[in-house]
Ligand binder design. Structure first.
Ligand code: NDP
Length: 246
């Protein structure tokens, strides 16, 4: 018999209305987790994610909040935690770009990119870790980027935020490893989503040894692995999914 949604362990996926986050939400729901589908403003797309989860026999809930707004995150998570005993998984996926050369970068572009990816990590992960600690189990995966490893030109803000996720992950992983909570990063290369649809495809493909963009599902399967017991001895790591780029 299928478990009712609220008794299933919960997975929270930020930025799950589109792209990589949607693929992760669908993948995790297929493992029996109830998925909180977070998004910022695109409710219609988030409902499509829920429909895909439903089609595959999974369950999920819409959970809108801006990851950069600590008070909004707190309110939404308090509500969610009241309905779910156990949070098994958090995937910090929400992220944005605002590219430009550093010397000309408006401070607003620096702040909005770092506050979404890295600020979002703090705002969401802290209450989730507090909820995971008494249960002595849980897995946190944050979606960084090849840009955080090599520092793409025109992405000082994004590279800083994505490299920051790696440092924060290593530190947090060492704090909670003995409690049974694992914390890892997945660093994708160039993945075919709304974020990359306007990039110069032919030029970028030459930089990728495999000669193609990745698919969101190829990232999602690695996240699913890291969240599973198959990855029970993996924590504090950065796993690249980039077609051989670095
Ligand atoms: P998309 O632009 O396709 O989707 C972004 C998602 O993040 C949407 O669901 C969006 O919600 C959500 N989001 C954006 N800002 C916020 C916010 N402040 N609060 C909550 N949700 C927010 O991105 P991708 O799927 O391409 O990227 C997902 C992650 O992967 C990002 O962190 C990105 O940096 C990273 N990444 C992407 C790569 C790529 O090539 N695509 C490569 C490497 C890393 P809404 O629909 O409501 O706007």
């Amino acid at each position: 018999m299928t478990q009712p949604p609220t008794s299933r362990p919960l997975a929270i996926v930020t930025g799950a209305s589109r792209g990589i986050g949607r693929a992760i939400a669908v993948e995790l729901a297929a493992t029996g987790l109830h998925v909180a589908v977070n998004y910022k403003s695109n409710e219609e797309a988030a409902r499509q994610t829920l429909a895909l989860i439903d089609e595959r026999g999974g369950t999920g809930t819409l959970c809108p909040f801006d990851v950069a707004d600590e008070a909004a995150v707190k309110a939404a998570l308090t509500d969610l935690f009241a309905r779910h005993e156990r949070v098994a998984v958090l995937v910090n996926n929400a992220g944005i770009v605002a590219d430009g050369l550093f010397a000309m970068m408006p401070s607003a572009d620096w702040h909005k990119v770092t506050e979404t990816s890295l600020g979002g990590f703090f705002n969401v992960t802290k209450p989730v870790i507090q909820k995971m600690i008494p249960n002595k189990t849980g897995s946190v995966v944050s979606i960084s980027s090849v840009s955080g490893l090599i520092g793409n030109r025109g992405q000082a803000n994004y590279a800083a935020a994505k490299a920051g996720l790696m440092g924060a992950t290593r530190a947090l992983a060492s704090e909670v490893a003995r409690i049974g909570i694992r914390v890892n990063v997945v660093a994708p290369g160039i993945i075919d989503t709304d974020m990359t649809k306007d990039l110069p495809l032919d030029m970028l493909k030459k930089m990728i040894p495999m000669g193609r963009y990745g698919k969101p599902e190829e990232v999602a399967r690695v996240v699913r692995f890291l969240c599973s017991d198959d990855a029970s001895y993996i924590t504090g790591q950065v796993i690249s999914v980039n077609g051989g780029m670095v």
